[in-house]
Design a protein around this ligand. Sequence first.
Ligand SMILES: *Cc1c(COP(=O)(O)O)cnc(C)c1O
Length: 386
Amino acid sequence: MKTYRRIETQLVHAGTPEPRVLGAVSTPIFQSATFEYAGETSYDDIRYIRLNNTPNQLSLHRLLSVLERAPAALVTGSGMAAISTTLLSVLGAGDHVLAQNCLYGGTLDLLANEFPKLGIECTFISGTEPESWPAALRPNTRAIYVEAMSNPLLEVADLKAVVRFARDCRLTSIIDSTFATPVNFRPLDIGFDVVLHSATKYLNGHSDLVAGAVAGSRELIERITHRLNHLGGTLDPHAAWLLERGLKTLALRVHQQNQSAMMIAKFLSSHSGVRQVNYPGLATHPSHAGARDLFEGFGGMLSFELAGDVAHTEAFMHRTCIPVIAPSLGGVETLLTRPATTSHSGMTPAQRQQAGISDCLVRMSVGIEATDELIDDLAQALGSYQ
Ligand SMILES: *Cc1c(COP(=O)(O)O)cnc(C)c1O
């Protein structure tokens, strides 16, 4: 296999079949459920889409392992398929896991409400208070699970302490790095055992598919692959091909989103109509020092609160022209959402308040539109033409 030094180059070239299939510059779509028997000796080697070993899936496995600097990687049918299958490969009945208390809603629900029915217990911990973790340990604790940046406040856990703690206590350390992307952060470099992504978001970047990814040691990825082969959360060839195409521009998109989000965060924090801005690139953010130490860029996600009530906030959102008001994130188009009505609507107002998520909080996923045009649009929606 050819090797490439920088992530911008890897994204364009790594993982494609060598030699090219019939000379095709773009990897063709292998829309075939099954393949001719070629003497395979184990079930997992039979070439069949659900068994995660067909050409479009394999191209992505090679590319993702290069991007995450991992011995092996696996693509899945959704971010939740990556998360649930990984956790079910590391944990079984009678096991216990420590998890950060501000996780993605689907993950939080899975750990809090589904896993107990399977005999897997979870204790939620504060990612920023390592001194509190030893008290949460049990003799049957097997893993610790965190996210690179929390949604929607962009809190960064003490990730180096997570790795140290996992090593000292012989836990598998797992991180969902969806918000950071391999352009801004490679968790395996600082010692995480497994990195997960919702590839639906930045990796694909075009809001047109659902997919997930896992990267880690060869042994662990093989175990997760065999579990996925049975659970069935497989990515189909057409979506795999779209994801490979989307990934080619990941570095261009994320560099632009890093820059644009920083300028927008600065604009909003200087505006008298804005009460609070949460962006780890701002020196005022509680995770600024940690984010600067760990990440190469602060990402494209931010959240803010206007000086005003929910009606005022809703009116502001509807006065904007460029952003689409929609959940999800990480695409080329800027999205606005009010977490109280979307990602965090399952919580009670009291739970949200305790988590620091006001009903007036607006979350912004910055796209790749012109930064000055986005800022002008926010300015007019805020009611001042600066
Ligand atoms: C969206 C998201 C997920 C779930 O991914 P799907 O692709 O929707 O299954 C998991 N973690 C984070 C941080 C997410 O943003």
